[in-house]
Design a protein around this ligand. Structure first.
Ligand code: GDP
Ligand code: IMO
Ligand code: MG
Length: 423
């Protein structure tokens, strides 16, 4: 049996915290897509130290849980090694609790160079990529050129690497990209020696054997549904299927094995990078959300764009993912607001719609809002539903009435225990 936790917006919904909260109920935590573009924040150890995970699943701090990097992930060995050092400081030994599918595709230094060159060439139309090499790595996967983790164990790995590098060099020459990447390559070769010492497994048998034995698997999504390569705000998206369907091809599990789909959404919206964002607030209200919510990217440090909750986009995500339970995060960030708004529909070319249009262009979409009174009370200490302010209950009721999934948890602070279960 597989449950899934994934983001329903444009990423950074607080998936890391929620995975960490649920992890102890599971035997395996598995990443199924994305790569080091992800930044999942956890608070760990007796001193609650902040740690951002990019490449490894957010279950590594739970004893008795094993973690899998699935075939759908693109893996940068350099980031992985850095992360291994970071978690080792908390006594976590990845040699014991991390498994990596041999079918996982590798991010090589020239992928990062190509990402940078391609973004530069796009000029004003740039996507705002994290520049971690994600797009070029997935292009090599679908283009059938990629190197995979299993290839590291073959004798001819260096020859295959040089062949791929030469292909990339031609593309880089076309972009007139001439930065020296020899230091990146040095790091890469050091890191793959480390990677070879980890548990490289046949991921699809690894996971299905465990499922057949009755173990519980939690699939951890990266990014969010509105960044999905097929259903997101293309071309301002990432290069993988971030929705629940991605679990099947990103881990090798059949659809009927998936049980709960736990969708995570903030109580408002954010987006980092370029692209459509209908409810964006480019005023002092947006600035206030950014400041109180500390909305700065966990991977790149960039300020996140902020806006009101968007039920059109959220219902779209519920539909695509088959969400069975909703978790609303960062509800505490709204504590200080006198008035709140929720977008209930869009007006596109003067016509009201509750559907996401093909071209999700900000200038074409006029969001329609319903306003709510804020609760103006500090909520981050509340642990029980009955103690939540009435105004917050009304806000959540409205969300429940307008979506096909119900809110089951409200997260009211970054800490593991800052969560309220809703009956
Ligand atoms: P992820 O990529 O979905 O895992 O999310 P990020 O880690 O990139 O960003 C979420 C940020 O919000 C992190 O700094 C979290 O520590 C923080 N966070 C998560 N849940 C809450 C919450 O309920 N309230 C507040 N105030 N912060 C939260
Ligand atoms: P987590 O897992 C937020 C965004 C980038 C950019 C676009 C494409 O932490 O939620 P890419 O590097 O994939 O080519 O970038 O997607 N993006 C994210 N935004 N959270 C993420 O991950 C993201 N991963 C990619 O900012 O707009
Ligand atoms: Mg993040």
């Amino acid at each position: 049996m597989v449950d899934v936790i994934l983001g329903l917006q444009w990423g950074d919904e607080g998936k890391g915290k929620i995975v960490d909260y649920f992890a102890s109920d599971y035997d395996v935590i598995a990443r199924f897509q994305g790569g080091p573009n992800a930044g999942h924040t956890l608070y760990v150890g007796p001193e609650n130290k902040k740690l951002v995970l990019h490449q490894i699943p957010s279950g590594v701090f739970h004893q008795g849980t094993v973690n899998l990097i699935g075939n759908g992930v693109v893996l940068d060995p350099v980031t992985l090694k850095r992360e291994a050092d970071a978690v080792a400081a908390f006594g976590v030994d990845l040699k014991k609790n991390l498994f990596i599918s041999e079918r996982t595709n590798l991010i090589v230094p020239t992928h990062r160079a190509l990402d940078k060159a391609a973004e530069l060439a796009k000029g004003n139309e740039k996507i705002g990529s994290t520049l971690k090499g994600i797009g070029p790595a997935y292009m090599d996967k679908t283009g059938r050129n990629a190197l995979r983790v299993g290839d590291l164990l073959q004798k001819n790995f260096t020859t295959s690497y040089i062949k791929l590098r030469l292909k990339h060099q031609k593309l880089l020459d076309n972009y007139n990209f001439n930065e020296d990447i020899s230091a990146w390559e040095e790091e890469f070769f050091e890191a793959i020696e480390f990677l070879k010492t980890l548990n490289i497994v046949n991921g699809e048998y690894f996971i299905n054997d465990r499922i057949n034995k009755g173990q519980k698997v939690l699939a951890e999504g990266a990014q969010g549904s509105m960044l999905d390569i097929d259903f997101g705000t293309f071309p301002f998206v990432t290069s993988s299927n971030t929705i629940s369907a991605g679990v099947c091809n990103g881990l090798g599990v059949a659809p009927q094995k998936i049980r709960e789909v736990i969708g995570v959404s903030k109580a408002y919206c954010t987006r980092v990078g370029a692209g459509p964002f209908p409810t964006e607030l480019e005023d002092e209200v947006g600035e206030k959300l950014r400041k109180i919510g500390n909305e700065f990217g966990a991977t790149t440090g960039r300020p996140r764009r902020c806006g009101w909750m968007d039920l059109v986009a959220l219902q779209y995500a519920c539909m695509l993912n088959g969400v069975t339970q909703l978790v609303i995060t960062k509800a505490d960030v709204l504590d200080a607001f006198e008035e709140l708004s929720i977008c209930t529909s869009y007006k596109v070319n003067g016509k009201e719609t509750s559907e996401i249009p093909f071209q999700m262009n900000n200038s074409l979409i006029e969001p329609q809002y319903k306003s709510f009174a804020g609760w103006q009370l500090e909520t981050s200490q509340i642990r029980e539903e009955k103690n939540l302010p009435d105004a917050m209950k009304s806000y959540i009721d409205f969300i429940n009435k307008n979506l096909t999934a119900k809110v089951r948890y409200i997260s009211n602070g970054p800490g593991r225990d800052q969560i309220v279960k809703i009956q």
